[in-house]
Design a protein around this ligand. Structure first.
Ligand SMILES: *Cc1c(COP(=O)(O)O)cnc(C)c1O
Length: 475
């Protein structure tokens, strides 16, 4: 005779009974008793629902404790986790931009674990300055007189605008009023900095005379922005920074050049289009230059401001600087990253960002060839594997038109029906792996661009845990 729902419900163990199982007692040691009690209640609640729906199952104290243990493990898993970035975008803002050099990671770790001379002058045994740690290095690498570091480049720009243009005007070309992913829109930042925006020229053409007409007694700053994430092509004109710097000097107004991604080395030597380097911007006469730590530079999130000593002194006196300052952990990583630039010949070896950017396509193809048979075995019979040429991009608005020839594993559904759904579910299964794998779907196939893959063995071991049960319903 079948057992009634009522009987099944009243046979469920009590919370106390579940808590007395060995499993729950061990869980209490790991997660704390209050959390385990909550999880057991949740597991019992699910069991009651299952019984009322007439679902079959074992609802013993042991089984409920196991279910509670699973819930606890899920809750304990951090949401900020390592992933495989096989998107083909090397500096992927949503995936944390630059992957740091080992030296930078070690420096950060040490700064976390030990007391450090963050603002302490060992020579004199008294209070020191946070900027001391990067000033000489940045000046050496850029040719600037002085330097500071803040939370990120948005903070650099905000701080400079607020220092020189509060209740005053900032002159910018209409072709450079940029929005950078997320919510960094120059006009809005300017408003929050307390600066009045004076737009000059047109979207595609701005001339020196446009700036000359706009600069007046109320001008606090002339701003030039490197159009990092877009290009205006065709019938265009922009004023080179050297000419603009001359004009600004004549009018006795400081000029800021926001380089955004900013590079310390000439990328031309690595086969890319020329990007103005920080040193070139300084040499051309920019009074101040701002750039990011975690874009092409390959370091931690940070913003740098380099330039004239007298202007940096004013910036350092701005109370906002304190609110935008960087912590010891990222400062340590930034210093270690910058130090690598002292030896450009070795840079490629130690900076993952740079190594991936210049990785030869033949090397990426070779990885694809080695991995393809393993992937084919793992994903059959639902998917077939191919190797395709593709294009990676730098990302984070650096050299937006530059595409890097690369190679990808292309995964295509074998069944002709429900292909889109099969790919969606495959993407989901890849994201559910112990180390999620992030690729991109393009033209009815899922592409895994292998430019940023280093440890193939670990990648395959991780991939062998893939759960394709969701594919069965589609066949
Ligand atoms: C990326 C970028 C910024 C913002 O830098 P973050 O480090 O992301 O805050 C500012 N200006 C330009 C031109 C940029 O490309």
């Amino acid at each position: 005779m079948p057992v009634s729902t009522e009987a099944k419900l009243s046979a469920l163990p009590s919370v106390d009974e579940v808590l007395r199982t060995e499993l729950a007692e061990r869980a209490a040691e790991d997660y704390g008793r209050p959390g385990v009690v909550k999880a057991v209640r949740a597991a019992l609640g699910r069991a009651r629902t299952a019984i009322r729906r007439g679902e079959e199952g074992i609802f013993s104290a042991q089984a409920i404790a196991e279910a509670a243990g699973k819930l606890l493990a899920e809750q304990a898993r951090p949401t900020l986790r390592p992933v495989y970035n096989l998107t083909g975008t090397v500096l992927h803002t949503n995936l944390g931009r630059a992957v740091l050099a080992e030296a930078a990671a070690q420096a950060a770790l040490q700064a976390m674990r030990e007391a450090v001379t963050l603002e302490y002058d060992l020579d004199h045994g008294k209070r020191g300055e946070r900027d001391e740690h990067i000033r000489d290095l940045l000046c050496e690498l850029t040719g600037a007189e002085d330097a500071t570091i803040v939370n990120n480049n948005a903070a650099s720009v905000l701080l400079v605008l607020n220092t020189f243009s509060l209740h005053r005007e900032t002159v910018v070309s209409r072709g450079e009023l940029i929005e950078i992913g997320g919510s960094f829109r120059l006009p809005e930042i300017m408003e929050r900095a307390g600066a009045t925006l004076i737009e000059v020229g047109t979207t595609n053409r701005t001339h020196l005379k446009d700036y000359a007409a706009a600069i007046g007694p109320a001008t606090g700053l002339v701003l030039k922005v490197h159009p990092s994430n877009y290009r205006i092509a065709g019938f265009t004109a922009a004023v080179p920074v050297a000419k603009l710097a001359n004009l600004a000097r004549e009018r006795n107004v400081p000029i800021l050049y926001d380089l955004g991604s900013g590079t310390l080395i000439d990328l031309k030597g690595l086969g890319f289009a020329h990007e103005p380097t920080i040193a070139e911007a300084i040499a051309a006469g920019a009074d101040l230059v701002t750039f990011s730590g975690d874009k092409l530079l390959g370091g931690p999130q940070a913003g740098f401001i380099v330039g004239k000593r007298s202007l940096l002194a004013e910036i350092n006196r701005n109370p906002l600087k304190r609110a935008l300052r960087i912590d010891k952990i990222r400062l340590a990583a930034a210093v270690a990253t910058l130090a690598l630039y002292r030896n450009p010949a070795k840079l490629r070896q130690c900076l993952p960002t740079l190594r991936w950017l210049v990785r030869p396509v033949e090397e990426i193809e070779a990885i694809a060839k080695r991995l393809a048979p393993h992937l084919a075995a793992l994903l059959s019979p639902f998917f077939e594997i191919g190797i395709v040429s593709c294009k990676s991009e730098i990302g984070s608005g650096a050299l937006p038109l530059e595409v890097l020839p690369s190679a990808a594993i292309a995964i295509r559904p074998t069944a002709k029906r429900h292909q889109g759904q099969a790919l969606e579910r495959l993407g989901w299964a890849l994201r559910k792996l112990a180390i999620p794998v992030i690729g991109r779907i393009e033209q009815q196939q899922l592409l895994l661009d292998l430019r940023c893959l280093d440890d193939e063995g670990r990648f395959l071991a991780n991939l062998s845990g893939i759960d394709l049960s969701e594919q069965k319903g589609l066949q």
